[in-house]
Unconditional design. Structure first.
Length: 530
């Protein structure tokens, strides 16, 4: 066998247990792993995540001598992260939140390692365990907000750099008007796909940087402004080259190639920063880490993989308890359908086009957005009155909310092409049937354009306004009712130049009063049986 395999000195029985655990964990988290590998890692912002498992394996290999020198001290304390991981599994499985499943998987891996190897070994390989978290993308609501913030920030800095160069540029949201053309700082240009990989790279460099702790922390933290500024420089450079070479610089090959050049340039900035930091304070007794010398390994006899030794090893209480829990979770999660599909009471294409003084015109959503939203039924109608005022109604219904197929709050997916989300607040509404419920009010601006938005979530007889409520009750109702059906209602009206917000909100409030009883005729309530 290869020399490095012999160095590991893991008994055949330990390999067998690890293989059994791996099979059980993969089966339990199969849907989450499929979502992670085939969907999340396929996104441009998180394509780097597929490299993290190899980095983690190398980090474990880097600590092999220290791990070999420590005896394994199994501890029941490992049940703490293990049980927390199991609790998050059910929260994510029943609530339809895939990020919760990712953290659950991480805690189960940590718990199994702690349970069988002991805390000292887990602590010794602590950085490798920390790096595991880099495999998982941010939750969608964080990802959307961060991307929107970075787009706006990169646009502002890009325009500032263009002004320094002497070019005339005007920014509206994330749209940069150069006079002869407009550049849109889209999601792909937000800098998120450079910021996160660069932060991970800076973290690894800081781990290997043999310097004092403050220098390593400084190196990691400076990767954030460096990535944002360099991405803004890339946007400004695109504007300059656009005026010289034409639109090709903002398209396909040149656009992607410039991204790679920017990333390599930023890496060079970090390496130069490391060189400068290493020069600082050397005379003052700089503390350098010495190269790790291989300690003397604790050599144990390799136990033969005989039937008697296998049975004796597999009967160990820790292994039996943990494997039994994993198999029980697998049985209940796969053997019981917690999310029955509840069909809509009436198809939404029959929604009334005449509501009081308002006359509606149905609108269609593009196919790509329909596939991304993955709802069961929807309607989108533009209503107008005799004064020419307009209100847009959007209803999306989900027969069953599952991982990757659940309702997204408008607060996290409101239009990103220049729109700025200013505030959100709860508002009581008394509908035409004199029933009171709460909605969320959102205020949006785009240049001089203003819009007011009402939205709420009818969920199995409840009216919810918070994404956190949405996830909790999806979990609870899946557990107690075997139902996760629900809907999103979103109503938008502009604030016209001749009116103020209060007038626009009064119009929105009045329309909501009239529309609410009609919506109840389409969305299944609490009395529907699975």
């Amino acid at each position: 066998m290869l020399k490095w395999i012999d160095e590991i000195r893991i008994t055949p029985l330990s390999w067998l247990k690890a293989g059994i655990y791996a099979c059980a964990v993969v089966l339990v988290y199969y849907s989450a792993l499929t979502q992670l590998v085939l969907h999340d890692w396929a996104k441009g912002d998180y394509s780097h995540c597929m490299l993290i498992p190899f980095v983690v394996l190398y980090l474990f290999w880097e600590k092999r001598h220290a791990l070999i020198s420590l005896p394994s001290t199994p501890s029941w304390s490992g049940l703490v992260p293990l049980f927390l991981g199991f609790a998050l599994f059910w929260l994510g499985e029943l609530g339809g939140e895939v990020f919760t499943m990712y953290i659950s998987l991480y805690l189960v891996i940590v718990g199994l390692s702690w349970l069988h190897l002991g805390w000292k070994k887990v602590k010794t390989a602590g950085f490798a365990f920390i790096m595991m978290l880099a495999m998982f993308p941010f939750p969608n609501f964080i990802n959307v907000r961060l991307s929107l913030y970075l787009k706006l920030l990169s646009s502002q800095l890009g325009v500032w750099l263009l002004h320094l160069y002497g070019m005339s540029a005007y920014r509206e949201g994330n749209i940069i008007d150069l006079g002869f053309t407009q550049l849109q700082v889209a999601d792909a240009c937000s800098g998120l796909r450079y910021l996160i990989p660069l932060m991970i790279l800076a973290l690894i460099l800081a781990h290997w940087f043999k310097a004092r702790l403050w220098k390593r922390v400084f190196l990691f933290l400076t990767s954030i402004p460096v990535a944002v500024f360099v991405n803004s420089f890339r946007i400004a450079l695109t504007g300059v080259l656009y005026s010289i070479l034409g639109p090709a610089v903002a398209e396909e090959f040149f656009h992607g190639f410039s991204g790679w050049l920017i990333f390599l340039f930023t890496l060079g900035v970090l390496l130069i920063e490391m060189w400068i930091l290493k020069k600082i304070g050397r005379e003052g007794g700089e503390s350098h880490l010495t190269e790790e010398t291989p300690p003397k390994a604790v050599v144990q006899d390799q136990e033969a993989l005989s039937p008697e030794s296998v049975l004796r090893g597999l009967r160990q209480p820790r292994f039996l308890v943990t494997l039994s829990l994993l198999l029980l979770i697998l049985f209940f999660s796969q053997g019981i359908e917690f999310r029955g599909k509840i069909p809509i009471a009436k198809p939404l294409d029959r929604f009334p086009l005449q509501v009081g003084q308002w006359t509606g015109t149905p609108q269609q959503i593009e196919r790509q957005f329909i596939e991304a939203l993955d709802f069961s039924d929807y309607t989108m109608i533009d209503y107008s009155n005799h004064q020419g005022q307009t209100i847009n109604l959007y209803i999306a219904y989900y027969e069953s909310q599952r991982k990757g197929e659940s309702i997204h709050s408008p607060e996290t997916c409101l239009p990103g092409s220049g729109w700025d989300f200013r505030e959100a607040d709860g508002k009581p509404v008394v509908n035409a049937d004199n029933r009171s419920f709460h909605v969320t009010l959102a205020y949006m601006t785009k240049g001089e354009t203003e819009e007011l938005v009402y939205y709420w979530f009818p969920q199995r007889g409840r009216i919810l306004t918070s994404l956190y409520q949405l996830k909790f009750y999806a979990f609870w109702d899946a557990l107690t009712k075997q139902r996760t059906d629900g809907a999103l209602i979103r109503i938008i009206t502009p604030v016209y130049p001749a009116e103020n917000r209060k007038t626009a909100e009064a119009r929105l409030h009045g329309f909501t009063r009239e529309i609410a009883p009609l919506i109840d005729q389409f969305i299944p309530g609490n009395d529907v049986q699975r």
